[in-house]
Design a protein around this ligand. Structure first.
Ligand SMILES: [Zn+2]
Length: 108
């Protein structure tokens, strides 16, 4: 459904000239479609960016699980948790968890 740019009368989608006032009406529709295409491009860009952001989230996730399992396993067995592993846990898994790990003494 379209409306004449000049007189505002409702016109057919395929109409080139407005039956109400005789003005050409094709240009406005082209401009509107262009705007829609711009929105489509913008939404595509944001969707792709979102996918990339999600992809980046997978990388830290791939770190989180092995680090957590390794730290928990070492603590359960009473083995010392290396400083490097603690720092990795702090950076990649949990800031507070890593701080607690660093504060915790391995020696018993
Ligand atoms: Zn008109």
């Amino acid at each position: 459904m379209r409306f004449c740019q000049t007189c505002g009368k409702e016109i057919l989608d395929e109409a080139v000239i407005c039956p109400g006032c005789g003005c050409r009406v094709s240009r406005e529709v082209e401009r509107t479609d262009g705007g829609k295409d711009g929105l489509a491009v913008a939404s595509k860009i944001f969707l792709i960016l979102g996918c990339i952001a999600q992809g980046w989230m997978l990388l830290p996730l791939a770190w989180c699980l092995p680090i957590t399992i390794s730290v928990c396993g070492k603590m359960k067995r009473g083995e010392p948790v290396g400083t490097g592993l603690k720092v990795c846990a702090l950076l990649f898994v949990s800031l507070l968890g890593g701080i607690f790990l660093l504060c915790r003494s391995d020696e018993k």
